[in-house]
Ligand binder design. Structure first.
Ligand code: URA
Ligand code: SF4
Length: 209
């Protein structure tokens, strides 16, 4: 169990990692997903690496991270902050979509701690290549993958803490949690709070080496 044995012997760049990850069978999630959804974006001297949970239904079909509704929330927040998505690297803690059938729909299921651990070598390899000035964890799955099981997103959101490979890590909620907020006014507040949490990243934009 685990992605380790699927990694290329020498990690040279994102393209090589991405093609190796296409064949990953490090956990059972590859069986029911359409394809591996690897990270993408600015992979050289990227100042910011954003980590979500796992691809959703649309990402699974498109083969790209954060292209569905949660991605729109992320894009809106970045736009408000004046950050170009093309200038950052976006990925997920888990690279295959976990779902169960609900009628004709594919219902998102949370990845288990085992699946997150199995997929972690890909995330660490992405971090080694990108060498971000800051990692942004969107939600508990990403935060636990990089910071361990004791991280508390609701208490620590908006904070920058020390992460693996000497990278500072900014913690915030997952944008899908904003979409799940029922009342429109609450949703608006949740979005504004999300943007507020992300504000520290402005200090790191463009500072990658
Ligand atoms: N949610 C995530 O965590 N990642 C995606 O890529 C899409 C939705
Ligand atoms: Fe490999 Fe990750 Fe997919 Fe599991 S979820 S098969 S570890 S790429």
């Amino acid at each position: 169990m685990g992605a380790e044995s699927y990694l290329p012997e020498h990690v040279r760049g994102i393209a090589g990692l991405r093609s190796a990850a296409e064949h990953c069978e490090g956990c059972d999630l590859f069986r029911r997903a359409t394809q591996t959804v690897f990270g993408e974006g600015k992979s050289r001297a990227a100042s910011i690496l954003v980590v979500g949970e796992q691809p959703g239904d649309m990402e699974d079909r498109a083969g790209k991270p954060f292209v569905g509704p949660a991605g729109t929330v992320l894009d809106d927040a970045l736009e408000l902050l004046g950050v170009d998505r093309a200038s950052i690297y976006v990925t997920n803690a888990v690279k295959h979509f976990k779902w169960e059938p609900r009628g004709k729909a594919r219902l998102h299921k949370n990845p288990s701690a085992r699946e997150v651990a199995a997929c972690r070598p890909w995330l660490m390899a992405e971090m080694q290549v990108v060498r971000p000035a800051l990692v942004v964890c969107l939600g508990a799955t990403a935060a636990r993958s990089l910071l361990g099981p004791s991280v508390k997103v609701t208490l620590q959101r908006g904070q920058v803490v020390a992460g693996p490979l000497g990278c500072p890590v900014l913690i915030t909620v997952h944008p899908a949690s904003i979409l799940r907020t029922k009342e429109q006014r609450d949703r608006h507040d949740a979005f504004n709070r999300f943007v507020g949490d992300l504000r520290p990243l402005l200090e790191y934009v463009g500072t990658g080496v």
